[in-house]
Design a protein around this ligand. Structure first.
Ligand SMILES: Nc1nc2c(ncn2[C@@H]2O[C@H](COP(=O)(O)OP(=O)(O)O)[C@@H](O)[C@H]2O)c(=O)[nH]1
Ligand SMILES: [Mg+2]
Ligand SMILES: [Zn+2]
Length: 362
């Protein structure tokens, strides 16, 4: 039988190394349930107890796109995940309440940031995505171009602020507009679509597949009429020659997680600020601030500067969040310790009781 993983990017991750029979890729995660793709198909999966403990302590669980090892207990259809391969990269967000990291997808080659041209477009949100995503090729898709009077104008405005960003205007109603992005879908590669709910991510995947595989808002209405949709899989194989694409549910805010983000989208600003007169320059009003001077000299776009300043501001919030996460993990570890202690105490009491009873019978 042909190895099913060839359709799911296995060659790009493991290169020449031999792929073991118990290797799988996580295709779905929700709450506590996983699904994995393995050599002969898709399976439900859970985390092995000891492995789960490790994840709990580190605060990092397997995520869609991860490569793992699993075992299949006899007479069971549910696989047990027991090992996580080191990720090539990951796209994360910070969960606001706990400050914990949530991995949206991992082992990605190209991330498509989707923003629709009707009312979803927001420069600040774009900057945040660009800032937060590292080690991944980023492409901006301006979706629903059929609804815009002048999609090319929007594109050129953004291009001025992010000269190196690849941007495409697309519409599922105009298949030719999809031709430009087909080059990203190649053997062994993994793409992911990111963006707010309703911008057309699932519709795009359906259009690329040429079939209504994923549930979209418009199709929702038709479900009552019995249209079949797949919702439990977020990794979709486009075929062995075209790699895979990961669909994601809408993300409202992409709380910035990584500490040294930004290198992707603001190299020039980072380089410029090395020339600020003061080491601790806030780039707001200091004399000798290289950024402000560059704006005056027309070397740095004011919008680009604003986008960068907004991100520095959010970076501070992020630090606070990470501190909160550290505290959260510490508290939980302490709790688990005290639970263990209680358990031990209970066992000791039981033992003492047993010994005492033993004494009685001697
Ligand atoms: N006019 C127009 N509507 C689109 C396009 N792509 C998607 N839509 C519509 O936008 C809505 C949301 O699409 P969906 O794929 O579910 O968005 P998702 O939440 O990002 O996955 C649906 O009603 C789609 O029919 C497009 O290119 N043009
Ligand atoms: Mg969707
Ligand atoms: Zn400065």
């Amino acid at each position: 039988m042909k190895n099913n993983l060839l359709n799911y990017g296995v060659t790009s991750f493991f290169e020449e190394k031999e792929v073991k029979a118990n290797v799988a890729r996580i295709s779905f995660f929700s709450g506590h349930s996983y699904r994995i793709i393995c050599a002969n198909g898709e399976k439900e999966a859970v985390l092995k107890g000891s492995f789960k403990k490790e994840c709990e302590l580190s605060g990092s669980y397997p995520a869609v796109g991860d490569w793992v090892e699993f075992s299949l207990p006899q007479n069971s259809t549910v696989a047990v995940i027991n090992f996580l391969y080191e990720r090539k990269n990951k796209i994360s967000r910070a969960i606001l309440e706990t400050g914990m990291e949530q991995i949206i997808a991992s082992n990605i080659d190209t991330a498509f940031i989707c923003m629709s041209l009707n009312k979803n477009f927001n420069l600040n949100r774009l900057s945040r995505y660009l800032f937060a995503i590292q080690n991944v090729n980023i492409v901006l898709l301006l979706t629903k171009s059929d609804l815009s009077e002048n999609p090319e104008k929007a594109k050129s405005l953004i291009q001025n602020i992010y000269p190196k960003l690849e941007i495409f205007c697309i519409s599922i109603y105009d298949p030719q507009t999809l031709d430009g992005i087909r080059k990203f879908f190649t053997k062994g590669k993994t793409c992911v679509v990111l963006g707010s709910s309703g911008v057309g991510k699932s519709s795009l995947i359906n259009a690329l597949m040429g079939e209504e595989l994923l549930e979209t808002k418009a199709i929702n209405k038709k479900i009552d009429k019995g249209v079949h949709t797949t919702t439990s899989r977020q990794i979709i194989s486009l075929g062995e020659e075209l790699g895979v694409i990961i669909d994601t549910p809408g993300i409202k805010t992409l709380g910035i997680w990584d500490s040294d983000s930004g290198a992707n989208s603001f190299e020039d600003v980072l380089e410029l600020k090395e020339n600020c007169l003061f080491r601790n320059c806030t780039h707001k009003n200091e004399k000798g601030c290289a950024l402000l001077e560059a704006i005056d000299a027309g070397l740095l776009d004011k919008e680009r500067y604003d986008a960068y300043m907004q991100l520095i501001f959010e970076d501070r919030i992020k630090l606070k969040r990470q501190n909160r996460q550290a505290k959260f993990l510490k508290r939980r570890a302490e709790k688990s310790k005290s639970a263990k202690r209680k358990f031990k105490e209970k066992r000791n009491i039981k033992q003492e009781l047993a010994e005492f009873e033993g004494d009685l019978y001697e």
